[in-house]
Design a protein around this ligand. Sequence first.
Ligand SMILES: [Zn+2]
Length: 257
Amino acid sequence: MASQLQEVSTTDLYYICQIVDSVTTSPRAYLRKLEDVFGDMSSSNLVRKFPKWTCFHMFIEEVISSVIFEDAEQALIKPGKYWIDHLLKSNNFDYPAPPFSEFSVYEGYEYLEKLQENELIDRVCEDICKQVFHVLFSNRRTLTAFGCLVGDYVLNTSSAFVPDAFNDKGFLRRASIPTWAKSAVFHRDKGRCVLCKVDLTRQFSQKAKIHYDHIVPLARGGMNCVTNLQLTCSGCNTSKGGRSSRTSHEYESWYDY
Ligand SMILES: [Zn+2]
């Protein structure tokens, strides 16, 4: 369907993916910002049932805007010389936005405020976020790291603010998985159990049972989220156990070497 086609173009895309991946695996420097994204009241975002704009999207957006604002901390610079200018140009956003004069100098934050009058920063962040998600959704290692990262927030903070979403044991209640989420995961994992690689397309055998497994189990703060699912067979799903965040970092190559 044409509506699912997405342009993935920016030359900075993999640079941003690398930053997002680094923050998920070693978030120390970003811990305070994580509190801003998911702490207290915002933690209710973590218990939403299969939102299409996931918590991982929100996290990616936060990282992108952090980098934009850090870049603008240098005082007094000419319009057109910030990283944000580069992002706007390479993603085909209106540029330069009025009322800038290329002969004036601006304070970084003043410049960003003016751009934001036309919501240019929000729009470019959202656009790049979708591109970053496109790349990182393929990477189960990054998704696992992110799921483990927010697991504590789910179990501790979210349960305090949204207790109804949790069961008697204090785990998030299991939500039924919508068809679009199953399709996305089946497509990404190419119809194979990610752990034992058995074919689950069921073209030639109806025996294999398909499981959409929570990568980070609900018992460990896993979310009801498309980013927390992987395709497994019933045997692997049962042997994985309810408290293990096991996945595989192997992917089918495009062709044999
Ligand atoms: Zn299996």
